[in-house]
Design a protein around this ligand. Structure first.
Ligand code: SF4
Length: 154
């Protein structure tokens, strides 16, 4: 089962979206230099309809997207709950630490792939190995460079 260790309303993780980011625990990736090592633990509240309905009742009117941050141990569960979110007319995103596409990517509007490698940095680093994709019809468009343009503007 997926568990939410914490959540935030975020503005930069998914460009152009106001996102409810669900930080999922039980991360199996163990990236050296991980910025959120507590997410390797089995902590938090189970993702179920009660939890998601409660979050959407509180934040649904201010968000445009729900992002599953992690959950790589149970990709089918991420797909299941992403489909549930999509049926509520919200966009969906998955921040995965893996390098390959999930089996059912059509339930996602955005997909981040790639483990965190400290020497290369996260999405805001132009050296990063990580990629953020936006789905347009059946194609995935690499939009990672949006983060770098923001860096130039700052
Ligand atoms: S995928 Fe994210 S949370 Fe998991 S080990 Fe890597 S950096 Fe940490």
């Amino acid at each position: 089962m997926l568990k939410v260790a914490s959540f935030d309303i975020v503005f930069q993780e998914i460009p152009g979206e106001v996102t409810l980011a669900l930080n999922l625990s039980n991360c199996p990736c163990h990236c050296p230099g991980c910025h959120s090592q507590h997410l390797a633990e089995d902590i938090g509240e189970e993702v179920n309809e009660e939890l998601l309905n409660g979050l959407l009742a509180r934040y649904g009117s201010m968000i445009t997207c729900v992002a599953f941050m992690g959950g790589d141990a149970e990709p089918e569960e991420v797909a299941k709950w992403a489909e549930w979110v999509k049926s509520r007319a919200l966009k969906t995103a998955w921040y995965s630490g893996r390098t390959s596409y999930p089996r059912n990517p059509k339930v996602l509007d955005y997909l981040k792939l790639g483990p965190y490698i400290e020497s290369l940095g996260g999405l805001k680093s132009e050296k990063t190995n990580q990629r953020l994709y936006k789905r347009e019809d059946d194609s995935w468009i690499d939009i990672t460079s949006v983060f770098w343009k923001k860096n130039l503007a700052n």
